[in-house]
Ligand binder design. Structure first.
Ligand code: FEO
Ligand code: CA
Ligand code: CA
Ligand code: CA
Length: 619
């Protein structure tokens, strides 16, 4: 935990190297390294500036609540001194008193999976209901080689296997409580339930009743079965949870096999490429996942869904927020009372979106339908550090086409193709928002994804975090200014832009920024889903990790390192802020971990509860 001497790349090195690259690299490098001298105070910079008196070697701020940890490749969770953790729950843990315990031989069945925690926990949030705590979390997908490790093919072989995998998707909702032994699920709580790919949802917004979503099972286009591949999340001020459907394409196949020809819409959304799914085989037990049988079924997924944690209201598919590979949904109330939801579409060359509600929020009011109707925009970033939100209405699609094929509408209006937009987070202390752009091997390679100031590196392998400030401090505004908070990189390997921006050093380096969330004090927590090989371009970066960024100084400090082959994703707090819940997704994805149970146990995705040893608040 001691701090090593920091390796910094000097401005002269960077500019010299950069001059061998493109003009764009040169401009960015100069701006990055000269930001607090030549152009400080002008409107032209696009990289986060240092404050006066702040140096790259400055080890931190006086009120930093932890001593940063070094990177490592251990099969454990590493935290700073003075912090410790316990495992709250893992894939396969029962959520009801009479549900079977996880069976490490059979690895469960469809029956047991429906009664237990889903796999690959991702976005999550807590809700206080009469002094009780409800935890809602997404179960994004399954690692088939882990959950079917008892099968020679490491794939679902029987119908029951297929359904087990299916029911490992969706969401888990449980009441939790803290005991002397740490946090645990309250198994006999009436709040506990699973939401699965078979749960009934009503359709609200422009796609309700649309021909584009009608199927044999739902000829009116008003009720959809199920949610799956729920990635990040959001939370509304009226006490509901938003789960964001991401890689929904991986579940559809065609009974025509290789002879299946994708239409333009299926192609843009990656539906049934070559007639195949990604190995889930859902069409084997549920014909709606065969696109040749039910061509509109894919249009019924890829939405943001709204869920009442108490289970009193029926879940909804919010079609006004558009259909794409949703990462999270960061909701903020504009000064006017309009509800603004920022959303990333996580695919190379896709877009950053914003929804602005038609009606206004009133604190304590009864209007809980604000996400049913509004306007959808996609972002255009100009190279001078300005930007604008362009309404998808300009695409001149019909109302339902505009949301069902939001990607195509956003292309039509000339939004800026981005380097895989993941989570968006809004600073609670300042009108600004941040987005992780996790990586993009096509940047500068595909003609549709040219270099630009907002996505400045060719074959962006490390990712970056961009932020914007809306005009007039109003998140509903049409224009904004932006800069790059950090270019992640490896300064021990590179002196050019691949070494990262000034605030990246050998002590804090990382790649693949993904989860982003502010705590109540205004610290920006950064979770990574990057290359954990610790080799070559990624040497010295270790396992995936969680860091804390300071939005005031743009300094970044490593807080935690995860176990082998995991990503860190999902973050929330107990209502008293004395516990931070963090998601550890797919440890041992490549067979190299036995976390959290150790020994020869199978690795299991889990949620951990982190506390300060002195019991004080942690965010
Ligand atoms: Fe589910 Fe884009 O991560
Ligand atoms: Ca993610
Ligand atoms: Ca990711
Ligand atoms: Ca993931």
């Amino acid at each position: 935990m001691s701090r090593k001497k920091t390796t910094e790349h000097s401005p002269s090195q960077a500019v010299t190297k950069a001059s061998q690259e493109t003009d764009l690299d040169l401009v960015i490098s100069r701006r990055a390294f000269l930001k607090d001298t030549a152009i400080f105070g002008t409107s032209a910079f696009v990289i986060a500036t240092k404050s006066f008196g702040q140096t790259d070697l400055d080890s931190g701020r006086s009120d930093l609540p932890f001593i940063p940890v070094a990177t490592n490749t251990e099969d454990t969770v590493t935290l700073p001194e003075g912090y410790s953790y316990g495992v709250l729950t893992r894939w396969g843990d029962p959520i009801y008193p009479n549900a079977p315990e996880f069976d490490s031989e059979s690895l469960g069945s469809a029956f047991s999976q429906k009664l237990s925690v889903g796999d690959n926990n991702d976005g999550m949030d807590t809700f206080s209901v009469n002094d009780r705590v409800i935890l809602v979390f997404n179960n994004e997908f399954t690692n088939r080689e882990i959950i079917f490790a008892n099968r020679t093919t490491r794939l679902p072989e029987t119908d029951d296997d297929v359904n087990k995998g299916k029911f490992a998707h969706g969401l888990t909702i449980v009441e939790i409580r803290e005991t002397n032994d740490g946090w645990e699920i309250v198994k006999d709580s009436e709040f506990n339930r699973r939401i699965t790919p078979d749960t009934e949802f009503s359709v609200v917004g422009p796609a309700n009743g649309s021909d584009l979503i009608k199927t044999n099972q739902d000829p009116l286009g008003q009720e959809i079965l199920g949610t799956f591949n729920n990635c990040g999340n959001g939370k509304t001020p009226w006490g509901t949870y938003l789960a964001c459907e991401e890689n929904i394409n991986g579940y559809f196949s065609s009974s025509l096999g290789e002879k299946f020809n994708q239409n333009v819409y299926e192609k843009r959304y990656g539906i049934a490429n070559k007639g195949e799914d990604w190995g889930y085989k859902w069409a084997q037990t549920d014909p709606r996942f065969d696109v040749s049988n039910e061509p509109n079924e894919p249009n019924r997924h890829g939405w943001i869904v709204e869920i009442d944690p108490t289970g009193k209201k029926k879940p909804k598919k919010l079609t006004a927020l558009g259909r794409f590979k949703h990462e999270n949904a960061e909701l903020v109330i504009a000064p006017s009372g309009h509800v603004v939801v920022y959303m990333g579409d996580d695919e190379r060359g896709e877009f950053l979106y914003k929804f602005v509600s038609k009606n206004k929020y009133e604190a304590g009011g009864t209007n809980t339908d604000l996400l049913h109707e509004g306007e959808l925009y996609a972002a255009k970033f100009h190279d001078d550090g300005s930007g604008e939100w362009i309404s998808l209405k300009n695409a001149n699609f019909s109302r339902d086409e505009m949301v069902v094929y939001a990607r195509i509408a956003a292309s039509k209006i000339g939004a800026t193709t981005m380097d895989r937009p993941e989570w968006v987070a809004v600073n609670p202390n300042k009108p600004e928002a941040y987005v992780s752009l996790t990586n993009n091997k096509y940047r500068g390679e595909k003609i549709s994804q040219p270099l630009n100031m907002a996505n400045p590196r060719k074959k962006n392998r490390y990712g970056h975090i961009l932020r914007w400030t809306p005009e007039n401090k109003d998140h509903a505004a049409r224009t904004f200014s932006w800069d790059i908070f950090v270019l992640a990189g490896n300064p021990s390997k590179f002196t050019d832009l691949n070494g990262g921006s000034w605030n990246m050093n050998t002590d804090n380096m990382f790649n693949g920024p993904d989860g982003l969330k502010f705590d109540s004090k205004g610290n920006l927590w950064i979770q990574t889903d990057g290359d954990y090989s610790n080799e070559n371009d990624f040497s010295g970066m270790g396992n995936n990790q969680m860091l804390m960024g300071d939005p005031r100084t743009a300094k970044i400090y490593r807080f935690m390192v995860g176990p082998k082959e995991c990503e860190i994703t999902g973050l929330t707090w107990s209502p008293d802020k004395k516990t931070m819940f963090v998601g550890i997704q797919h440890p041992g994805q490549k067979g190299g971990s036995n976390w959290p149970d150790g020994g020869s146990n199978i690795p299991r995705s889990a949620i951990i509860a982190i506390k300060r040893n002195d019991g004080s608040a942690i965010g």
